[in-house]
Design a protein. Sequence first.
Length: 265
Amino acid sequence: MNGKRIIVLLLFLLLIIPTSFDAHSHTEVQPLKLNILTDDALQLVKNERYVEAHNLLDIFSDEFTKVMMEERTMTMDQIRIITIVHDQSMAAMADLTLPHEEKVRAITRLRLVVDAMTSEHQPLWTEMEGSIMATFNQLKDSVEIRDSSSYQQLYQRLLLNYNLIHPSLRMDVKPEYIQKVDAHIDYLYEYRNELLSSSQSAEELQVIEADLKALFTELKEDETDPSLIWVMISTGSIIFLTLFYVGWRKYQADKKRAKRKKQKD
């Protein structure tokens, strides 16, 4: 009877440990409303309903102020970044001369940075990795064939995409990685003529490519949750102990049966 109780207890611990950690991970209030507001505003802008989007951004400002008061984990840098991007989005909605595409980019930048602040895993801005790396690979091809016109167009596309996620990067990636890529982006413009004419361009572009990829791989490495690792280790240990105990009990029972059989013989 005692053996069965121990097994039940071990299995009970196995079931509750992941649950208890999951509950702990949600103790902080998630400002879901901010994500909903920015997503709704983005859809309105895509449909050219700029006044309604502007009104939602006003509501966002009030809700963000509440979050700042409630979320003690927010840093001043995070608050400053979101405030700046929000102000830029408001200005974009109010600018009658700004092209539609620029308005969409402005609100998309806000949508991404708010998601970066609230998401614990795989923020939306990481979905830009494929587009950014594909554009950079095309830019490398233009350097290889010495196509200046194509290079200019691809650089502008790369710059637009990079600027789109730049505020979000500051939420999730170490500053030294961002500073390095910032310098690379400036280099691609300032030394474009040298890149298009130099035989050493391939090596320089490989370095830039590696640092661009590091923006995304660094985030993935940082996303490893130490508490999750602890849960995995604890769960594995409980399973091992349970199986070991069951095996040991079976071995003892078999040993006793063999001893009784031998005594009878």
